[in-house]
Design a protein around this ligand. Sequence first.
Ligand code: KG4
Length: 341
Amino acid sequence: MKTKDIYILGIESSCDETSAAVVVNGRQILSNVVNSQIDIHKRYGGVVPEIAGRNHVEAIDSVVDEALRQANVTLSDIDAVAVTYGAGLVGALFVGVSYAKGLCQASGLPLVAVNHIEGHICANYLTYSNLQPPYICLLTSGGNTAIVKVNDYDNYDVLASTVDDAVGEAFDKVARIVGLPYPGGVHVDALAQKGHCTYKFHDVVTTNGNFSYSGLKTAVLNTVHNAEQRGEKVNTSDLCCSFTVAAIDGLVRRAVQECQRHNLNKIAVAGGVGANSYLRQQLSQLTNQGYEVYLPKLSLCGDNGAMIASRGYWQYLSGNFADLTLTACPTLKLRGQKPHR
Ligand code: KG4
């Protein structure tokens, strides 16, 4: 007998994207509407929290309506509302959380509170309908960097994580140092592809197998300043290429080590830096060594409601619901991840 399909409405507003999506059974995207504020924040060189919050307020109603319309469903077809409640900007998170609570209050639908980072991992289930745990996931977002052993849909262990900056943050800071626009990762990526690895930067893996990006960022800054003091200019493409190799190689190496240690041959990637072409290329090459490599579609690497709906589905199945006292949690970590700052 076929079991009933579960429709989840996912809502995401943790940073500068207002997004809503309808996903069936955690895997099939019926709609995924993303309203990006990048053009607004670009002129300030980064996200301005107050402006982000205000723009979420203006956009959220029409984004949710549009997600339902594109999916050709109404709220009465939806089984639960899943919303990001952390980590992220407090004012931005409040908008999504308040809106989701309002919807649930009015409709009687259950509410599911989703950890944004766990949502990023689920972008893989939306890209690969056959992917099943266990696997190693390389988490590479703007706010977090970790290696996670995904044991089951609802169970994971954090094996390594950053002790300071996230890898995405480092990409954005390096972009700023060399004068590229916000958000910088994609621009650093484009320049790196034209450059050569001529600058030597140290490894980002710490002695105990975690990651540190603040030293790498400082090394890039010092390289630029030292060149300026000598009256020279750095070769920006080469600098971006050298930084990218230093930022990514350690991540890939550690993911392989953890696969070997846990006798796993599946590696997935999650988060915005998952769109990086060098990272994707390095991981893809691992298929020659017998690894199964899972790279989410580029459109699902950044923040989106579909990954939140997918995560919400697994929580729905395990009865992990929130109540209307839910509030935003800007500093939310992965389960088992120690706060470093
Ligand atoms: O995962 P995400 O949307 O943010 C959080 O949820 O925290 O990732 C955004 C980050 C930004 O730092 C952005 O610069 C970076 O992902 N990013 C990239 C690329 N595309 C986005 N970094 C390197 N190469 C890219 N192609």
